[in-house]
Design a protein around this ligand. Structure first.
Ligand code: G
Ligand code: G
Ligand code: G
Ligand code: MN
Ligand code: NA
Length: 254
């Protein structure tokens, strides 16, 4: 069977699960949020990383169903963590551009928050830079509605694409994620240092939050701290963790 066929059946066959990668306060070391990352285990295809099927699912339209599952599962999980007294943790969910166009995202998000009796502040949505590039008519309205729900809105992998900085200024977002593409080279690579400084400057001057991705070494963490980046995510702290392991770490910090 082809990838498409397996992918179409994956949701009903319960083949997806989420892992949770901590976002860490670079000063104090505490966990401030978790990014939910999808994993697919299929008995014929084995373990499939998202970079092998998300783009595909965007083409076929399966991403609409998968994306709704991810949102619901992440909210179910954060409800459970809150009920267990593990603190007011927020979960960040990746939203693909196609999902953004497909349905009324704000309605889906509102209904899912209601279902699990969660405040909007329990959820963060990570959008790709495509929302800045493509001038979809409903973008501003949807962002405004999501923001009104109290949901945190961020631009993922910032700096990789051709970000329209003018448009960035008009979107009511809360933060940016500095792409690991540039974090990788600091503090040694001069042009990576320059891009990190520039993105940090953009975030500061627009009053946006900033999360550095792909933090793997103490030297990178030190550089980012010097730059004033508040939050980091990466293998230095933890990879994506099964929910039980993430909860264990939250519990230790509490
Ligand atoms: O092997 P890995 O570290 O990705 O597994 C993470 C956790 O996710 C494991 O504890 C396992 O119980 C759970 N898990 C693994 N595969 C699946 C799956 O296909 N579906 C669901 N619902 N959970 C899974
Ligand atoms: O977890 P990993 O580093 O393998 O993720 C690879 C890519 O897949 C990343 O760019 C990440 O944003 C994307 N990704 C992971 N989970 C999801 C998801 O639930 N939805 C979407 N749209 N993308 C995801
Ligand atoms: O694009 P997005 O930020 O959603 O993708 C997150 C991806 O980055 C996940 O696939 C995750 O496994 C990966 N990742 C997370 N931390 C690190 C890191 O420190 N180094 C590298 N190389 N990849 C990372
Ligand atoms: Mn992301
Ligand atoms: Na990213």
């Amino acid at each position: 069977l082809r990838l498409e066929t397996h992918l179409r059946r994956a949701t009903e066959n319960n083949e997806f699960h989420l892992v949770y990668q901590p976002q860490v306060d670079l000063h104090g070391g505490g966990i401030v949020a978790a990014e939910a990352l999808i994993r697919w285990r299929n008995q014929h295809l084995g373990e499939m990383r998202p970079d092998r099927f998300i783009a595909h699912a965007e083409t076929t339209g399966d991403i609409i169903r998968i994306g709704s599952w991810v949102l619901r599962e992440a909210c179910r999980q954060v409800r459970q963590w809150r009920d267990a007294g593990l603190g007011v943790v927020r979960v960040a969910v990746n939203v693909s551009y196609r999902q953004f166009l497909g349905d009324d995202l704000a309605v889906i998000v509102r209904d899912t928050l209601r279902e699990f009796d969660l405040p909007g502040s329990a959820l963060e949505l990570e959008f790709t830079e495509r929302v800045l590039i493509e001038d979809a008519p409903d973008t501003l309205r949807t962002f405004a509605e999501l923001r009104a729900l109290g949901v945190m809105l961020t631009i993922d992998d910032f700096g990789e694409g051709y970000s329209a900085l003018n448009y960035l200024r008009r979107l009511p977002i809360h933060g940016l994620k500095l792409s690991q593409l540039f974090v990788e080279g600091v503090p040694g690579n001069k042009s990576d240092v320059a891009v990190c400084q520039a993105v940090s400057g953009i975030a500061r001057s627009l009053g946006l939050g900033l999360v550095a991705e792909g933090v793997e070494s103490a030297a990178q963490r030190e550089f980012l701290l010097q730059l004033g980046v508040p939050v980091g995510q990466g293998f230095l702290f933890a990879p994506g963790l099964p929910p039980g392991e993430f909860a264990r770490r939250l519990g230790q910090a509490a």
